[in-house]
Design a protein around this ligand. Structure first.
Ligand code: SF4
Ligand code: SF4
Length: 97
């Protein structure tokens, strides 16, 4: 069974080396944000071959509960953007409480 669910859209991601990335967009079905205490993209997958999907990814889960957009470990923003911050791949929409 395919489950339909409303998720915040990943409006933009500039991490072109990720397998799910094409044309500055994420085409995973859903991503997870949060690795340790940082709002990193936990779904990031550095890979030579890339998805052929054209779907727009959603934010399936977010472990960063000190973000103002987080409620019950889910993201409630309308959409997010992902990019690099230092050496990590971050949710750029993260807003600390
Ligand atoms: S949002 Fe994460 S999984 Fe999607 S393309 Fe960017 S780094 Fe990859
Ligand atoms: S905006 Fe906040 S709650 Fe949403 S994915 Fe980014 S860090 Fe998580």
């Amino acid at each position: 069974m395919i489950i339909a669910t409303d998720m915040p859209e990943v409006a933009k991601c500039v991490i072109s080396q990720c397998a799910y990335n094409a044309n500055d967009a994420c085409h995973a079905r859903a991503i997870t944000i949060g690795e340790g205490a940082d709002p990193d993209c936990d779904t990031f997958f550095d890979n030579a071959s890339h998805t052929s999907s054209s779907r727009t990814a959603g934010v399936g889960a977010c472990k960063i509960d000190d973000c103002t957009h987080n409620q019950d470990f889910e993201c409630t923003a309308d959409s997010i953007q992902v990019g690099s911050k230092g050496n990590s791949v971050n949710c750029l929409t993260y807003t600390k409480h």
